[in-house]
Write a protein that binds this ligand. Structure first.
Ligand code: HEM
Length: 419
């Protein structure tokens, strides 16, 4: 197959920025055109979080006019993203309710038709995703400045808590901070492809990547400001995917056959394309179960990002690690990158433990990001993974030297499968 990712200039066609990677350069629109005023109206009088907690949202959704799929064809990309962000927040608020009202397993036609159409166009799964809660739901307060924690505003939340706001804020800043690591590691790949790779340039790129990965870790640690009870009890339930709804999923009225119920995993940063790109470039391979989970979760990413990962694998899978095997003088820079990524994953695992595993043993709403498995198998993540084992294995793989002769990782036989 011919190379698809020719140079850094080709990244924009995958909607990837040289500076901020998968965080888009063009901000999501702040409002929809007048024909969609009723959809914008779902966010005010009362504000969405209040409408969700009072139960009023369900009535408001049922009173919406019916739109046809083609009605959104004239919207700009930035407006389509705005519409998708609204519809996904409304869909999760509508389905999960307020914890007192029963969970609902049908999405009314007034939102299912547009949600189905827009998600197909933007290439994501038709429910809340990492893109709709983080990538397309954040903006810089001052566009002349970078993606720093004090310069981000979040458009929508389920709960109007500072904790939820902070969770998305930290996530988008981690993503943007990784932009330089992605572009410098890609430059290393392009250099290797040349007849005489410039070794000094490769070393500089590794340094730049380490710097950027280090910044990601520093920002991740700021998530510690979140209150874990608020996160677990109030926010997390809204991340739940349709596979957790009444054991059969959600029916999309006006779109699906009457007997069709859709099961999808919920909102998770595991849908970040950035970390999968690092794994491909650095040659980090995972055992069967983890690899299958991460591959499957790509269907929740925007299609342009999914396509990029596919092309990256085809064009450059294994390139860097094989090159480094024969270049001992460059190995240090390469391994340092892997070590920082491993440290990121170790720190992330400690947060998953604090915010998801530990509170899962307290009584409360039992669906969503993490829940205790009824078979005594520990705490399960949003995708049905055994959370700590899953994250432990990913962290371990990040430093593991790949070799075709090594047996695949043991978790593949313990994994519960993707829900
Ligand atoms: C309190 C904060 C957080 C919690 C409780 C948490 C929880 C989890 C859980 C349970 C998983 C396992 C997969 C799943 O079940 O969905 C996961 C995966 C993942 N999370 Fe987080 N997460 C947090 C913050 C973040 C942040 C801020 C980022 C950065 C953008 C992030 C990036 C990832 C990635 C990339 C994965 C996939 C595994 C990997 O490639 O290392 N998470 N997270």
């Amino acid at each position: 197959m011919t190379a698809n990712i020719i140079d850094l200039g080709a990244l924009s066609r995958y909607d990837i920025s040289l500076e901020t990677a998968f965080v888009p350069e063009v901000a999501t629109a702040t409002s929809l055109p007048p024909p969609f005023a009723p959809i914008e109206g779902l966010l005010s009088h009362p504000p969405l979080p209040e409408a969700i907690s009072s139960g009023e949202l369900r009535d408001k959704v049922r009173e919406l006019p019916l739109y046809r799929p083609g009605d959104c064809s004239r919207l700009s990309l930035a407006e389509k993203r705005r519409m998708l962000v609204i519809l996904t927040f409304v869909a999760h608020g509508y389905i999960w309710g307020n914890g007192v009202l029963p969970v609902i397993d049908r999405l009314p036609e007034s939102i299912s038709v547009l949600l189905d159409r827009l998600s197909a166009e933007l290439g994501t799964a038709p429910l809340g995703t990492y893109a709709s809660t983080v990538l397309w739901n954040s903006r810089r307060k001052d566009e002349a400045k970078g993606w720093t924690l004090d310069n981000v505003s979040i458009d929508l939340t389920f709960t109007d808590t500072t904790d939820e706001n902070w969770f998305y804020n930290v996530s988008v800043c981690v993503e943007a901070a990784g932009g330089k690591a992605l572009s410098s590691l890609l430059q290393v790949l392009f250099e290797i492809r040349e007849d005489s790779p410039r070794r000094v340039h490769i070393q500089e790129c590794f340094l730049e990547a380490q710097n950027s990965l280090g910044k990601m870790l520093v920002i991740l640690k700021e998530v510690a400001r979140m209150n874990n009870a608020t996160f677990y009890q109030k926010i997390r339930p809204y991340f739940g995917g349709w596979s957790l709804v009444n054991n059969r999923g959600v029916h999309y009225d006006g779109v699906d056959e009457p007997s069709t119920y859709r099961t999808y995993v919920g909102i998770s940063a595991a849908q970040s394309s950035l970390f999968q790109a690092f794994d491909i470039i650095l040659g980090i391979s995972h055992g069967e179960f983890v690899a299958a989970y991460l591959r499957n979760i790509r269907t929740h990413m925007p299609s342009s990002h999914r396509e990029f990962l596919g092309h990256l694998e085809t064009d450059f899978g294994g390139t860097l690690s094989s090159f480094i095997d024969h270049q001992p003088d460059l190995a240090d820079g390469y391994h340092r990158c892997r070590r920082i990524l491993r440290d990121f994953r170790a720190t992330h695992k400690s947060f998953a433990k604090r915010y998801a595993v530990e509170p899962a043993s307290f009584p409360g709403r039992s669906f969503g990001l993490a829940r205790l498995r009824s078979d005594g198998g520990g705490v399960e993540g949003a995708g049905g993974t055994r959370l700590l084992e899953f994250l432990e294995e990913i962290q371990h793989d990040t430093m593991k030297v790949s070799s075709p002769s090594l047996p695949s990782s043991p978790v593949s036989s313990r994994g519960p499968g993707i829900s």
